[in-house]
Design a protein. Structure first.
Length: 710
């Protein structure tokens, strides 16, 4: 409010101030009051902003005494402003910490400099956390530093994330080093094989020189010709192949059978021959009238006179088509083995990530009913996890890790079932089925072989452009040693599944790539390129063979050979439903912190007492402390310090009857050796609470039944 002054008519004009002076003074007082009100409002707003900030803000005077603190600072310490304001820094933090840590920073700030530090300390006296503290000098209007404004920021989460990122980076570097070492070993082996082949070729050439040049009825294409190309001799196979009669022999040039580009290359090879190197060999690929590819190895040998001039040449052509096919299959198998190792590693890491998601989804289901607004979102996440798991199953199938539950299987039933399912969805395809009446049993994972068949059916459907005939056949066969040699499997009794389509066939220039992962001839976004790759990996993992025969424009036949089993089929008992609980103590071992965390939460919801270990060494140390206390060990298969297999062996050394359930992002095929050594069970990541609970009860309860039976 302003101060209103009215003149007194009875006042002596010579006393005190004049009326104008009083009015001026009154106006000055009112302006000063307005400034004070504005300053008060500014301070109120400033205090509001400080209290609204997430950072911890304090103002300390030059006597090292707290002049003000914001609400965030009070919340962090669990105190009220009056508990801090007015007290010295030494009173709040202790004399030692004040003298050694805080005072040097404050003195630096009072000198007009910004000081900053990062330290781990217990801000609230309870939990050790990392804080970034910045000391800012506060200056008066005269420019003198009167206070230090201290901003404290909790950076614990950032520091933890940086540490986790470094761990992940270190793990990646170790994997890269391991893959590089394996690649170097493979390169050394390849160089040795090349040198061995060179030695073999050299030995073959030296052996040929010890024999007579040619025989009239030998199976190779053989001829002799003069330096100008005129033929002087040709055996029967050569004449039949090129349609030459005896009368034409002296008037035809060897160069007449080749295009101009090949003539030039041939002449260059001949020009390089000399007595020290009288022979040159090269390979040639050609097509027959029916479109089949034929490979021949041609050897040209020069016959020199006394003056070392070539007087005649001898040419021998050998059909090496079968050899080339075997080499192609062998190289393909070696390449797929290398790529499979990489694909398996990717699938393993991806399954670990999916495990974290699936575990959290399982926990959310416990707190969310069917009518909750987030229920459908959680279901969508779970469906996406299933889709991701299906993709990793294809990768693991390709990477020779796809066998899960291997049992005797009747392939007639399996082919018929999948054909019926496929026929219902692809009615434009006519399916023809021919089955071996007494087909023999094979040992296989039923779901994986179903995946193989469906992939082959879909491949045939696409090749026929969605319309045509599909021929399915099973047959008991016995394959010999020569047939299985390029596939690195055992010879003997097999069951053969043939899938034949009437489609466009496979072009010869891509036939060597059809089993490559992610290779596809379909448009972008229309296929993953994993179908035939997973077929190759699954069949190879079953100790079988997958082969194909194709003719452009006349269709393709894929043949799958699976070894015969000596076992008989057994019916499986129906699995229980719901989450099973228990009171036992479980040691959970995994090197991934997020999997360890979600595993502890899931097991806790099931009622178990959990002891956790972050690596193999930690697991062995915990188990040694009290081995009888632990009822079950859930053990990760792949860990950086000690592998799951070695941990299992050392646990069994400490206590021979300890029950162990293996858990891995790899498939059961990778754990087969540990299972054979007596491990009690296996569960593949990702898994939910229900699946985990059943696996736990199966291991623990079966062990009890065995003890009772004993």
């Amino acid at each position: 409010m302003g101060l209103a002054l009215t003149p007194d008519p009875h006042r002596n004009m010579n006393d005190n101030l004049t009326m104008d002076e009083l009015v001026a003074k009154n106006n000055a007082l009112q302006e000063k009051l307005r400034c004070l009100e504005n300053e008060k409002e500014v301070r109120r707003k400033t205090q509001f902003i400080a209290n609204a900030a997430d950072q911890l803000l304090t103002m300390i005077d030059r006597d090292y005494r707290y002049e003000s603190v914001n609400q965030a600072y009070c919340r962090a310490r669990g105190q009220r402003p009056r508990d801090v304001v007015g007290r010295t820094v030494a009173d709040v933090w202790g004399q030692m910490q004040f003298e050694t840590i805080i005072k040097p920073k404050l003195d630096h700030c009072f000198a007009g400099n910004v000081a900053s530090s990062e330290d781990w300390f217990k801000f609230d006296g309870k939990e050790l956390r990392c804080f970034q503290v910045t000391y800012n000098p506060y200056r008066s209007d005269e420019g003198r530093v009167t206070h230090a404004v201290v901003v404290t920021h909790d950076i614990t989460d950032r520091k933890s994330a940086e540490a986790e990122l470094k761990k992940a980076h270190d793990r990646l570097e170790r994997r890269v080093a391991s893959r590089t070492e394996a690649l170097e070993k493979a390169n050394i082996q390849l160089r040795n094989e090349i040198e061995e082949r060179k030695r073999a070729v050299k030995a073959l050439k030296e052996s040929e020189e010890r024999y007579r040049s040619v025989s009239r009825d030998m199976p190779a294409l053989v001829c002799r010709y003069l330096p100008d190309g005129r033929l002087t001799f040709a055996n029967m196979r050569f004449k039949n192949h090129y349609g030459i009669s005896d009368e034409q022999l002296g008037s035809i040039s060897i160069f007449d059978f080749f295009p101009s580009s090949e003539k030039k290359r041939m002449q260059k090879r001949l020009d390089r021959l000399h007595p020290g190197k009288p022979m040159v060999t090269h390979e040639q690929c050609s097509r027959t009238e029916t479109g089949e590819t034929v490979w021949r190895q041609w050897t040209d040998r020069a016959l020199f006179n006394e003056k070392n001039n070539a007087m005649e040449y001898q040419r021998v052509g050998i059909d090496i088509t079968e050899k080339k096919n075997v080499e192609t299959k062998l190289h393909q198998a070696q390449k797929m083995e290398a790529i499979g190792t990489l694909a398996g590693g990717i699938a393993h890491d991806f399954n670990n990530l999916l495990m974290g998601i699936q575990g959290n989804v399982s926990l959310m289901y416990l707190d969310v009913n069917r009518w909750h607004p987030l229920y459908e979102n959680i279901r969508s996440i779970e469906q996406l996890v299933d889709s991701g798991a299906n993709l990793t199953r294809q990768l693991l199938g390709f990477a020779r890790g796809g066998k899960y539950v291997v049992k005797p299987v009747n392939l007639n039933e399996l082919v018929a079932k999948t054909a019926k399912l496929f026929g219902r969805t692809r009615k434009s395809i006519r399916i023809h089925e021919t089955y071996e009446p007494l087909v023999r049993m094979v040992s296989a994972d039923r779901g994986q072989i179903e995946q193989v068949l469906i992939n082959l059916y879909l491949n045939a459907w696409q090749a026929m452009e969605e319309k045509g005939d599909l021929y399915l056949e099973t047959q008991n066969v016995t394959i010999d040693e020569n047939f299985v040699k390029p596939f690195e499997v055992n010879y003997g009794d097999y069951v053969r599944i043939s899938v034949t389509d009437t489609g466009k066939g496979i072009a010869p220039d891509i036939s060597h790539r059809i089993f490559d992962p992610f290779f596809t001839t379909k448009d972008f976004g229309c296929g993953s390129g994993l179908g035939l790759a997973s077929v190759f990996g699954i069949v190879k993992n079953h100790g079988g063979i997958v082969d194909f025969e194709s003719h452009t424009g006349r269709g393709t036949t894929f043949s799958v050979y699976l070894p015969v089993s000596r076992e008989t089929a057994k019916e499986a008992a129906p699995a229980p439903k719901g989450i099973l609980k228990g009171p036992e103590t479980i040691l959970l071992v995994d090197d991934e912190p997020y999997i360890l965390d979600i595993g502890v939460k899931m097991l806790g919801k099931m009622g178990y007492t959990i002891i956790q270990a972050c690596c193999g060494e930690d697991a062995i140390r915990v188990f040694q402390d009290d081995p009888e206390k632990i009822d079950l060990v859930i053990l990760d298969l792949i860990m950086p310090d000690i592998s799951g297999g070695e941990v299992f062996d050392r646990l069994r050394t400490i206590r021979s009857d300890i029950k162990v359930l293996l858990a891995s992002g790899y498939a059961m095929g990778d754990a087969a050796a540990i299972i054979d050594r007596g491990c009690n069970g296996f569960i593949q990541k990702p898994f939910g609470m229900e699946k985990l609970s059943h696996a736990i009860r199966e291991v623990i309860d079966n062990g009890r039944h065995e003890s009772a039976d004993g």
